[in-house]
Ligand binder design. Structure first.
Ligand code: ADP
Ligand code: MG
Length: 592
């Protein structure tokens, strides 16, 4: 086994093995009980780290999913005599159905609908639990049986400590595994780069529903454990107040980091207990003053420690290093490419209106296999909009686009990507806190198939190495081989553009669309880019190139289409375009 991989495994096993040791220490029972609650909270907050911290989706309704897990097991064990080891799955199933329903309805809507919907969901479930006769109304269900393993009672202090914290630690490992995988890279794109992710073939909606589901399942497990720890359930721990508190823990601990979940749960629980003792002594009267202190602490944290308390610790830890063990991985299969000279892209009378502005006015042109076609024109001519129309990022007002003989206009950009069209963006779209290699591997998303479960269980490593090998190969090819493990956010502008090209190449495209790839590149880098483009062409690649650097355009293109104010001004060979008075006038802004 790879040494880096096995050292990770050893570290993880050691962490798990400390749990029984901790439980055997002569700590006061009170502390063990507190630790058990912290573990129960941390499980829920782990889900929120994935959902809110990484995915950028806010939920106030996690307590309701905890409630589903708790009530399902309480009802089925008390009233129907099921074993708790069975009811955990029943709880997960009911949670999954509810989460999919809530997610399916709300995640298509943008912005604030999800938080609002989760508030409504949290409230309605709370009142449902409180009003159903079968669930004991506000008194709840009493006499929930203990969790036993043979003769062993796992619901009591120390054994429960080992159980709940083993779940927390395994959950944290599963999430870490997930975030470092094909699916994880797609998830990490959800917060700030959905358009780019879709253009790389990621179904962002499905991934949003997916993380909503995973977060709900974590909460459900916590509820199951909670019911058998308390030995009774009633609605109050599953209301909106608790839903807000979970989110509070996540923010406090560090919503973007797996270990932030545990930090936040720990901090909140300890602070809550201390304040309940301290505040009455300080103020003299009793009341829920801790809520006020909580609010103040939250504001301070958001202002001075926006990445949460964990960031204080995390910044001293060494960055995880990726094992470079892909050399032996088999190459990914490649798609069939069009024969030299075939029409790859056929753009026919495409049009885009933004209100009264006709940004692209009935433009037509073709790209043939093995050809580099330049699309030029002054700023605002409609070149980027044309790119967005061809790649499905924007919808057409009218006209058709055919790719390899098939009409693709109207398809979502990820379906177009799947057919072998890949692009870069004029305004670089990458994920700054991922490494260069990971960013580029996102381009190969459609060439892998392993999903979340297989990533969590680390059964995706074979495919992962293939994806990494391909990403490294494309980066090396484009002269970025020394930056594989650099954070993408640290790159200079020119390098970021090269990253975009490598990412597009990673999808094994039949047509490559490059939007101003040379902007911000130094002279040497431009020459290298020119060489790469020529090499790609010699391998049969077709390229549509938008570029302002005329030396590069004239140097590499076979054919040029000139746009002005959204219209087709002329087209021809580089020589014809250079000699055209119309083009000169357009660029110099003179009347013609
Ligand atoms: P180019 O890439 O050739 O510089 P663009 O395609 O970016 O030009 O823009 C063409 C015209 O369309 C510009 O006038 C621009 O302001 C306008 N435009 C582009 N995108 C939008 C949009 N999303 N909404 C409204 N107007 C837009
Ligand atoms: Mg542009």
């Amino acid at each position: 086994m790879n040494p880096l991989l096995s050292s990770t495994l050893a570290r993880r096993a050691a962490l798990l093995a400390t749990l029984p040791v901790l439980a055997l220490l002569p700590l006061p029972d009170f502390w063990i009980t507190q630790a058990n609650y912290i573990g129960l909270y941390a499980l829920v907050v782990l889900g929120l780290v994935l959902l809110t911290g990484v995915g950028g989706l806010t939920s106030f309704g996690q307590a309701a999913f905890v409630g589903i897990g708790a009530y399902t097991t309480a009802y089925l064990t008390v009233n129907m005599g099921f074993s708790p080891w069975v009811t955990v799955f029943a709880g997960l199933a009911i949670t999954a159905v509810s989460a999919l329903a809530v997610g399916w309805i709300t995640l298509r809507m943008s912005g604030h609908y999800l938080p609002l919907a989760t508030i409504a969901w949290g409230l309605s479930l709370y009142y449902l639990m409180g009003n159903l006769d079968a669930l004991g109304k506000y008194d709840g269900i009493l006499g929930v049986p203990a969790l036993t393993l043979g003769e062993w009672d796992l619901s009591r202090g120390r054994p429960f400590f080992v159980l709940v914290w083993a779940m927390v630690v395994l959950g944290a490992f599963a999430l870490q595994n997930l975030l470092d995988s094909r699916t994880g890279r797609a998830i990490r794109a959800l917060k700030s780069a959905t358009q780019m992710a879709e253009a790389m073939g990621v179904n962002t909606f499905r991934h949003k529903v997916g993380i909503f589901l995973i977060a709900a399942l974590f909460a459900s497990i916590s509820g199951w454990l909670f019911a058998h720890f308390q030995r009774t359930v009633n609605p109050s721990p599953f209301g909106l107040k608790m839903g807000i508190e979970y989110l509070f823990m996540a923010v406090l601990g560090g919503v973007g980091h797996v270990w932030g979940a545990i930090t936040g749960a720990l901090f909140t629980k300890v602070m809550e207990d201390q304040l309940q003792v301290l505040l009455p002594q300080l103020i003299g009267t009793s009341g829920s003053y801790e809520v006020i202190v909580f609010g103040i602490v939250l504001v301070l944290v958001l202002k001075y420690l926006p990445d949460g308390a964990w960031s204080l610790v995390g910044r001293w830890l060494p960055a995880p290093r990726r094992a470079e063990n892909w050399a032996q991985a088999p190459a990914l299969p490649e798609r069939n490419k069009p024969a030299h000279g075939d029409v790859v892209l056929d753009v026919d009378q495409i049009r885009k209106q933004f209100g009264g502005l006709v940004a692209v006015n009935d433009i037509s042109f073709q790209v043939r296999a093995g050809q580099i076609v330049g699309l030029i024109g002054p700023n605002g001519a409609g070149k980027s909009t044309t790119f967005n129309l061809v790649t499905g990022v924007l919808g057409l007002s009218s006209g058709t686009v055919k790719f390899r003989g098939e009409v693709i206009s109207g398809l979502p950009s990820r379906d177009i990507a799947q057919r072998g069209m890949s692009r870069t963006f004029q305004h670089v779209k990458m994920i700054p806190d991922m490494t260069v290699l990971e960013n580029v591997a996102l381009g190969a998303h459609l060439r892998g198939s392993r999903g979340a479960l297989s990533a969590m269980l680390r059964m995706d490593r074979g495919e992962e190495q293939q994806l990494m090998r391909e990403a490294a190969r494309q980066l090396t090819r484009i002269g970025m081989g020394e930056y594989l493990h650099e954070q993408a956010g640290n790159l200079a502008m020119g390098q970021q553009r090269l990253l975009e090209i490598a990412r597009a190449l990673c999808s094994d495209p039949a047509l490559l669309l490059l939007d101003e790839p040379a902007a911000g590149l130094r002279h040497k880098e431009k020459e290298a880019l020119g060489a790469v483009l020529r090499q790609l062409r010699s391998e049969g690649m077709s390229i549509l190139l938008v570029e302002h650097d005329m030396d590069l355009v004239m140097d590499v293109t076979d054919h040029i289409v000139v746009m002005e104010f959204g219209t087709h001004l002329m087209e021809g060979t580089p020589e014809q375009v250079q000699q055209s008075p119309q083009v000169r006038a357009a660029y110099l802004g003179t009347e013609h």
